[in-house]
Design a binder for this molecule. Structure first.
Ligand SMILES: [Zn+2]
Ligand SMILES: [Zn+2]
Length: 431
């Protein structure tokens, strides 16, 4: 028997109800904030991701599903949503001076080590607001994310924010950071050997030249230790970035949204500028799983991908993480439990009538379950129970001859006769 691939999983119908509940709720909320849905391909040219996410990021270096198609093109299953949306935005020729608000929902792929809440195929719900550099917009998208999580019933949330600056402030900051890191990086520190036990991992040694900020993303204990006293970007912002960050904080305060400034929050993707943020659920212990939403500003990405200079901000939420957090917090989503009508019938004649009635009711807007003919009443009732029908209509020869059926309320287990001719009217108030 063929089994599912490692890192993937099936969402069975009983669980799908929870997903659908969240999807519906989230869509309804983002639309209130003016976002419109965009659907982009799951597969893109590899270059789109290497150019936007960054060559030296974990995603590009080791997590992408990249392969050659039959014509030898280098293609990749999307590991995140933003790059594709920016590509679609540029290809569609939308005027950059208009603030464009997109939301998306779909599957992403990363070849990561699978664990609870972390899969190789996972689902993200995200937004992108393209065309404004206003710090108020940063606060607005953060507020939106917080509101969505709260409306899903989540508690114990903590908003972490930081500014990762712009290319200007980074140029100066990178020099400072490299200076600080140098003793921990070179193999030949020579003299006292003070740093011999605290040497950066091989990956971080490589990162030092291209994008030293990424060192803060390293999970290795030795690197974390080295970075404890490292200069942070937040304290080395240029004038413009510093005042933009102040504005973001001001607008968050206007909305009474508490936040924690986390100077080590740099995000795993290269394209972020200025505001970076994460919302974590404090009840989840694993630091690799507790971020429910992550995002930030990416003012240079659109230009980097060949478009006009257009500022933008966005975030993505991990649906698996959100559902895991709800599970850990023991929060039940108010998903509908029993619904629809099950029609049980006794004998061939009654089944034919049930078959006709089921079709008629479905066309009139009712949700109706009907199984095949030739089953005992007992097994049909069991089936009605298992699929969670709200009511069961029982049709037997005797009832049919009188033009009635027996309607059983599956919640209260009470039953009564109802005329079949008037079925729609009777059911309208019940289903
Ligand atoms: Zn700056
Ligand atoms: Zn490292």
């Amino acid at each position: 028997m063929i089994k599912k691939l490692r890192g993937t999983y099936d969402i069975l119908p009983e669980e799908v109800a929870r997903w659908q509940y969240l999807e519906k709720k989230f869509k309804e909320i983002v639309e209130r904030y003016g976002y419109r849905e965009i659907r982009t391909p799951v597969i893109e040219e590899t270059g789109l991701f290497t150019r936007s996410i960054g060559e030296t990021t974990d995603i590009v270096e080791k997590e992408m599903y990249t392969f050659q198609d039959r014509k030898g093109r280098n293609v990749t299953l999307r590991p995140e949503g933003t790059a594709s949306i920016v590509r679609a935005y540029l290809e569609s020729g939308i005027k950059p001076e208009i603030l464009t608000k997109f939301y998306y929902y779909g599957d992403m792929f990363r070849y990561d080590r699978p664990q609870k809440g972390r899969y190789r195929e996972f689902r993200q719900f995200g937004i992108e607001a393209i065309g404004s550099a206003s710090p108020a917009l940063d606060a607005e998208v953060i507020s939106l994310a917080m509101y969505m999580l709260e409306s899903a019933g989540l508690i114990e949330l903590e908003l972490n924010i930081n500014s990762v600056g712009c290319s200007e402030c980074r140029r100066i900051y990178y020099d400072k950071l490299r200076e600080y890191i140098r003793p921990f990086a070179s193999v030949s520190t020579g003299n006292s050997g003070t740093f011999s036990t605290a040497r950066l991992c091989a990956t971080c040694q490589k990162r030092m030249d291209k994008n030293p900020l990424r060192i803060f993303d390293c999970k290795e204990e030795v690197c974390r230790k080295v970075l404890e006293k490292a200069p942070v970007i937040t304290e080395n912002l240029c004038q413009k970035c510093a005042s933009a960050f102040e504005e973001v904080k001001k607008y968050l305060s206007v909305l009474n949204i508490p936040f924690v400034i986390n100077p080590r929050l740099v995000r795993g993707l290269d394209y972020y500028t200025r505001t970076a943020f994460e919302v974590v659920c404090k009840k989840i212990d694993s630091p690799q799983q507790n971020a429910l939403v992550a995002g930030g500003r990416y003012d240079s990405l659109i230009k980097d991908l060949g478009g006009p200079d257009t500022p933008a901000v966005g975030w993505a939420m991990g649906m698996e993480r959100i559902l895991l957090a709800l599970e850990i917090l023991k929060i039940d989503l108010p998903v509908e439990e029993k619904s629809g009508l099950y029609i049980a019938s006794l004998g061939e004649v009654a089944f034919t009538e049930a078959f006709r009635i089921a079709d008629r009711l479905r066309r009139n807007g009712f949700k109706v379950h009907l199984s095949g003919s030739g089953k005992s009443l007992k097994s049909q009732m069991r089936e009605a129970d298992r699929i969670g029908a709200g009511y069961t209509l029982i049709l037997g020869g005797d009832e049919l001859s009188r033009g009635v059926g027996i309607l059983r309320d599956m919640n209260s287990s009470t039953q009564r006769e109802i005329p079949l001719a008037n079925l729609e009217n009777e059911l309208k108030t019940l289903l």
